[in-house]
Structure formats: structure tokens, C-alpha cells
Design a protein around this ligand. Structure first.
Ligand code: SF4
Length: 323
């Protein structure tokens, strides 16, 4: 379907067919698409780009079987494993976030369920971090009970990441140990408790374009404050180690990011894992849709350091958003 890129995407939100039409769009219209995304990006985010730092708070030994993840017990990846990161490491990262005026300190913990004692131990770390660095803190921390979520909120976590990862239909192909519906329910519970939500997905898992469109339609319903869009890094030792990523051309990745902006004009659209691989050299275009990126890697995959990340923002003609 041919999408009218001059339409008012806020007054007339994209339909399912139009979302698919964006992903199928002829590459000759890419500049026009980027310009349409940029109108909304500039309206809500100016020309600024926020930078997040991600600390791996608990690594490996996860009971779940997410096919892309090096931390699954099914993965043969050679990664460091630990139950809870030493506070010194969290503190060092918190200081870096503060000193460089980064937007947010994100902490990812492997696993899907936590005991109350584990949550209390982690909440104590968060409390110390808030005292020391005072940065915004977001956690990625599986499924929480309401009382566990409250303990984290009281400690100073104001945003929680819980990705949809892919469409409802495709979810059983990437994970069999928990369901898409459980993910949605967790997000809704957290929203009901007043948390800001960070929720996005991974493109390149073997899904169809219709799956990508469906995922963004569901994300639009959730309306998260922040939407991380990852492009699959087929990590050695994971079930998707040999995945074919030839569809992840820079042009396709840019179309996905534009779709995210057109669907969720006011959210932070974050180009997360895969940025350095699939979009290197296309940052000027990428930032027409994207206003947020990570520095220093993605849990078990490396990435560009903080200073180099700030440099690519300014070299692309955008402003590094100091928080
Ligand atoms: S993505 Fe999360 S839940 Fe899935 S295997 Fe990795 S750490 Fe576990």
C-alpha cells in the first residue's frame, strides 16, 4: 500500500496496512520518509539526543529460553556470570552517568523471577546509587510482584524496561518459557503503579514485516515513555547464532526507526543494540527519527564508549542532551 507521507500522523494514526506500507516502501521514498519522521522528532525532541548507560546488574544463569539471549541457560555463550553486580561497579557507572550528564542509568538483571530478599538487596543498591549520583534509574528486571515493584519504586526506580520483543504471533518462536500475554500483563501492572515504561523490541529474529508492524501497534497501545529498537546481533552460542541478518540493511533499519517515530511521536525512540553494526555511517539519517542511544554496549555485547558516542551525535549535526 502506498502511504501518504504528507498526512498528519497524529490526527490520523497509521493503520496496520499503512504501517506495513512503511516497511515495504520503495527505497526511492526513504528521504521523504525520514523527513516525515523528522517533523515529529523535531516537534517533540528538538534536535537533541539523550544517551543512556547500561550496567549488567545480574548476568547469566537465566531459566528462560529466549533464543537471542546469551544469558539464557540454553545459551553456550562464553559470558561472565554473577548473581548481583558488586556495588563498586554500579557506583562507578553511576558516577560516569552523573559526570557526563547522561540521560539515565539503566540496569538490566537476568532472570524472570526474583525472591523478595533479592529485590531488597538490589533496592538497597539503588538507594545508595540515588544518594551518591542522583541519576534517573531504570531497571530491566523480569516479572515483579506488586510489592516487589513498590520496593523498587520506594528505592528510587522511576522507570522499568520490559520489552515486547516481537509480535504476539511470533513470540512462541523466540521464547517458550513465558508468554507475550505475561509480558503485557507485567507492563500494565507497572503502569498502574505509576512507573514510566520503557518497552520495545528486536528486529531480525526471523519475523515477517507484518510482525514488526503488529509489535508497534501493540506498543502504541502501551504508549511507553521510551521505545528501544534493537537490531539482532546474532551472538555466538545463542540459538540465533547463525541467523540470517541480510534483511537488516541500513535502509530497512531506517524504515523501522521511522515507523517507530510515526507510531509513537512523543516517546523517546532509542536505537539500541545493532546500531554500531547496521547503521554505522548513517547517523545523520538515523537521528531524524531517533533521539536516544546507548553508550558503552548492551549487557553481553560491546558498543561505542561514552565520548565517542557523544561525538557521533555532534558530528551528525545534533545536540547531545545533557540531563
Ligand atoms: S532475555 Fe531475559 S528472560 Fe530471556 S533469557 Fe535473557 S535474561 Fe532470561
Amino acid at each position: 500500500m502506498r502511504v501518504d507521507l504528507r498526512k498528519d500522523f497524529e490526527a490520523n494514526p497509521l493503520t496496520t496496512n499503512e504501517a506495513l506500507g512503511i516497511l515495504d516502501m520503495d527505497e526511492g521514498r526513504l528521504t521523504e520518509l525520514l523527513d516525515a519522521a523528522y517533523v515529529l522528532r523535531r516537534k517533540y525532541k528538538g534536535n537533541t539526543v539523550g544517551v543512556q548507560l547500561l550496567t549488567n546488574g545480574r548476568s547469566g544463569n537465566c531459566s528462560q529460553d529466549c533464543a537471542y539471549c546469551a544469558q539464557s541457560h540454553e545459551s553456550k555463550s562464553d559470558i561472565e556470570t554473577y548473581r548481583l553486580v558488586p556495588y563498586e561497579k554500579l557506583s562507578r557507572d553511576g558516577q560516569a552517568v552523573k559526570e557526563k550528564n547522561l540521560a539515565r542509568h539503566c540496569i538490566g538483571l537476568s532472570g524472570i523471577r526474583f525472591s523478595d530478599a533479592e529485590i531488597d538487596e538490589f533496592a538497597a543498591h539503588v538507594r545508595n546509587l540515588k544518594k551518591e549520583s542522583g541519576t534517573h534509574i531504570c531497571c530491566s528486571i523480569g516479572f515483579l510482584s506488586p510489592s516487589q515493584a513498590k520496593a523498587l519504586k520506594d528505592a528510587g526506580v522511576n522507570r522499568i524496561n520490559h520489552n515486547l520483543n516481537t509480535s504476539r504471533n511470533y513470540y512462541p518462536h523466540i521464547c517458550t518459557t513465558h508468554s507475550y500475554a505475561e509480558r503485557l500483563a507485567n507492563i500494565r501492572m507497572l503502569q498502574g503503579m505509576g512507573f514510566e515504561i520503557c518497552s520495545g523490541g528486536i528486529v531480525g529474529l526471523g519475523e515477517t514485516k507484518a510482525d514488526v508492524a503488529d509489535m508497534f501497534l501493540d506498543l502504541r497501545e502501551i504508549n511507553p515513555q521510551s521505545v528501544p529498537v534493537n537490531f539482532l546481533l546474532p551472538l555466538k552460542g545463542t540459538a540465533l547464532e547463525g541467523a540470517d541478518t541480510s534483511a537488516l540493511t541500513p535502509e530497512y533499519c531506517l524504515k523501522v526507526l521511522c515507523l517507530a517515530r510515526l507510531m509513537l511521536p512523543k516517546s523517546d525512540i532509542r536505537c539500541a543494540a545493532g546500531r554500531e553494526v547496521y547503521l554505522e555511517g548513517r547517523e545523520k539519517d538515523m537521528f531524524k527519527a531517533v533521539d536516544s542511544i546507548f553508550a558503552s554496549g548492551y549487557l553481553t555485547a560491546g558498543g561505542l564508549g561514552i565520548d565517542d558516542t557523544i561525538t557521533i551525535i555532534t558530528d551528525a549535526g545534533f545536540e547531545y542532551r545533557q540531563e
